[in-house]
Design a protein around this ligand. Structure first.
Ligand SMILES: C[S@@+](CC[C@H](N)C(=O)[O-])C[C@H]1O[C@@H](n2cnc3c(N)ncnc32)[C@H](O)[C@@H]1O
Length: 389
């Protein structure tokens, strides 16, 4: 027999709790001659059994019904599902902590966070010691902090040698330029890469052009081209992030961003760049969009991970209007532009294949090129010519 204090210490519960158990008839002490209550071995086991049932998520009342064989299966089923969800949440927490400790990949966590809280995600990465350039790249490129440096290095080894860093062609850029309603005097180019469009815009217009990118190596190439073409008087470069374009208010007639605004997110770019435009200025950008309503599962899965903000032209149109622009023209970039982007890229992948065996970046680029070849037409680049209202 056990006194209540002894039973309490054996099962790790308070006297008050045991008295409550007694009130619920879960245990039943016997009053001794000296007035104390005493509990049997059976009571001890009964409390242990209740504790086991509680660890399955049952309430005390449910434990009691269970002991009396009165518990409805649906209650057990409900508790079971609740527990399963709890385990799933805890497993995610475990995976997150382990990725933060550098023990496994944090890719899926970054993907989720980039979707549900894009700005907070970038801020948090900066607090972790990444500069903004790296943070944006983690967001859009590798999305895996632990693999990031190596991934970026490999990625740049492939791309550095290429002339074109995105699907563009002289014909498409010229077509977009000709759709402008006025001749611009000042153009700001964002994410100019090695300056293919910069040079063409300089040829097509007599505007002063500031070509920006956050990759100095690419800007060095643009500088060479500016010199070769004697354009130093009106074309200049600046190494600056697209999120920190500190040129002052209403300075440009046109902002030109081919295959670059996605880096900071289209809606963000529409909002942040607007004040740089003069009153009736125009934002010209190209972006990857869905071109059909029912793309293949392969394409959906790929872009869900690599560009989760991939939208239809109609969605982009309403975002443009909501941000205070009038969409004046839009057209799909030609297949020729794609070919002049991915054919040299494919050739480059062949060149580096033996030197970069097992590189995740190379495998990802391969996968993307394969998708271009199999599914182009389901998605594609689209030019948007939007006038500030
Ligand atoms: C897909 S490439 C497009 C380049 C070029 N506009 C074209 O169409 O060939 C994206 C460009 O954006 C630049 N970029 C990436 N992040 C940037 C950032 N945070 N600020 C400015 N430029 C950035 C890259 O260096 C690269 O040149």
């Amino acid at each position: 027999m056990y006194l209540i204090s002894e039973l309490a210490s054996l099962v790790g519960l308070s006297r008050t709790t045991l008295l409550y158990y007694e009130k619920l008839n879960l245990i039943s002490g016997k009053r001794l001659e000296n007035g104390y209550r005493a509990y049997s071995e059976r009571d001890l086991q009964q409390v242990r059994l209740v504790q086991q049932l509680q660890s399955g998520g049952l309430t005390l009342a449910e434990c009691k019904s269970c002991l009396e064989s009165k518990l409805d299966r649906s209650v057990l089923k409900f508790r079971y599902e609740e527990l399963e969800q709890d385990i799933e949440r805890k497993q995610k927490s475990l995976a997150l902590l382990s990725s933060l400790l550098g023990e496994n990949s944090s890719k899926s966590w970054h993907q989720t966070l980039a979707e549900v809280a894009p700005d907070a995600h970038i801020d948090w990465l900066k607090v972790q010691g990444f500069d903004e350039k790296q943070a944006l790249r983690i967001k859009w490129l590798s999305k895996d902090m632990n693999e990031h440096d190596k991934y970026m290095q490999d990625f740049m080894s492939v791309f550095e040698a290429l002339e074109s860093w995105g699907p563009n062609s002289e014909a498409d850029t010229s077509r977009a330029y000709e759709l402008l309603s006025t001749n611009p005097e000042k153009i700001l180019e964002v994410g100019c890469g090695k300056g293919n469009s910069t040079m063409l815009l300089a040829k097509l217009s007599s505007a002063e052009i500031v070509a920006t990118d956050n990759e100095q190596n690419a800007l060095d190439k643009v500088e060479e081209k500016i010199k070769q073409n004697n354009l130093s008087e009106r074309v200049s470069t600046k190494c600056i992030s697209m999120t920190e374009l500190d040129f002052g208010l209403e300075k440009f007639d046109v902002i030109w961003a081919e295959a670059s605004a996605y880096v900071m997110g289209i809606e963000n770019a529409l909002k942040k760049w607007k004040s740089l435009l003069k009153d009736d200025g125009t934002l010209v950008f190209s972006d990857l969009v869905w071109l059909i309503d029912d793309p293949s599962q392969e394409a959906i899965d790929h872009w869900k991970s690599d560009y989760p903000d991939l939208q239809s032209v109609d969605t982009r149109r309403s975002q443009i209007e909501k941000a205070g622009y009038e969409l004046q023209h839009t057209f799909t970039v030609s297949e020729q532009a794609w070919r002049s982007y991915y054919e040299p890229l494919e050739q480059r992948l062949k060149e580096v294949a033996s030197k970069m065996v097992g590189s995740q970046a190379v495998m990802d680029i391969h996968k993307e090129v394969d998708l271009y070849k199999s599914s182009l037409g389901e998605f594609g680049y689209q030019f948007f010519i939007a006038k500030k209202l």
